[in-house]
Design a protein. Structure first.
Length: 325
């Protein structure tokens, strides 16, 4: 099986939407890992459609549901964006018609997953599940399978969103990769007494993010410490759901109140070379668009902060780590 056939792109449903809304031109967005499935998607979609539809692939970033490619859709005059790989982002409504398809991972051994969870269960424990968009159906099925403990699915989360997890004794984040689970751990830091664990359903591995988070926190606190009393700040704001106007404005006001110099930059996709190029002109860079980027560029000499870290520095409160803002 290929990565494409192992996932459900819900193409029969997509075709129904296209037919019923008389759509003639579609813009398709796929996260990096699924871009290779574009031909597979178009081929299958054509099998379900009763007429010709123009399909264009967006190669602009699609890291999260915060980035719906409105610009290309308007430029190309497409009738519909099909944004694969994510559900709606809670902080943003795209201005163009968008269909979100979560893309469920279907090649899963349910029994294997269940036996991992059963080991964490007991009658007096409430076990809560959070997941990436690829495991919604899996998590819903798991809630009805165990007789040993209460399993509750709390929904999809992203690296900057959380779900209500009060009264959960154990919180299991279901998803591939490491950042999603680490971000949830950071979000609940000192705010929840739940044990947080990570379950990778692609490798059937259960892992504890604590050690990774401790390492990350040491670096983050060092970056914040190096930003204290620095004068020239650059705030990088993104597009669409990554614009975060209110937070950026509050941060700018706070910096000005302290008589610091502040500049704002706008970018769809920031890269390492650009950050290195501008690093001579500023003392601190705040990436307001996506909190993950501050972690990704943490090897650069100039301190690159998340919005939450920037506020902590300005309030002289770097020991109480806050994530993401
Ligand atoms: S801002 Fe970053 S972490 Fe949040 S949804 Fe977008 S890509 Fe994911």
């Amino acid at each position: 099986m290929s990565i494409c056939s192992e996932h459900d792109f819900e193409l029969e449903y997509v075709a129904q939407v296209v037919e019923s809304h008389n759509v003639k031109k579609i813009l398709v967005q796929l996260p990096e890992g699924f871009k290779q499935c574009f031909n597979y998607i178009v081929e299958k979609l054509r099998e379900y459609l009763s007429r010709e539809v123009e399909v264009v692939l967006s190669l602009n970033p699609s890291y999260g549901p915060c980035l719906v490619d409105e610009y290309s859709a308007e430029e190309l005059k497409t009738d519909l964006i099909i944004h694969f790989g994510h559900t709606e982002y809670p902080f943003y409504n795209p201005s163009v018609k968008t269909l979100f398809i979560p893309v469920e991972f279907v090649n899963i051994d349910l029994e294997k997953i269940m036996s991992i969870l059963t080991n964490l269960c007991s009658q007096d424990k409430k076990l809560c599940l959070l997941s990436s968009s690829q495991h919604i159906k899996l998590c819903n099925r798991l809630t009805s399978l165990s007789s040993k403990c209460r399993i509750v699915y709390k929904g999809v989360v992203y690296g900057c969103t959380k779900a209500g997890t009060e009264e959960c004794d154990v919180l299991v984040v279901v998803g591939g990769g490491r950042f999603l689970c680490i971000s949830q751990y950071l979000m609940y830091l000192r705010k929840s007494s739940s044990t947080i664990l990570c379950l990778d359903p692609y490798s059937y591995t259960l892992w504890n993010p604590k050690e990774d988070v401790e390492k990350i926190l040491r670096i983050r606190i060092w970056k914040m410490y190096n930003s204290l009393n620095r004068r020239r700040w650059l705030i990088i704001s993104g597009f669409y759901g990554q614009a975060r106007e209110k937070l950026v404005n509050t941060l700018v006001e706070e910096l000005k109140r302290k008589n610091f110099e502040v500049a704002i930059a706008k970018v769809l996709k920031i890269d390492r070379e650009t950050l290195i190029n501008i690093s001579n002109s500023f003392d601190v860079v705040v990436i307001a668009s996506c909190p993950y980027l501050a972690f990704d560029f943490q090897d650069l000499d100039i301190p690159i902060l998340t919005i939450g870290e920037a506020f902590a520095v300005l309030n002289n409160d770097i020991d109480r780590y806050r994530y993401p803002w």
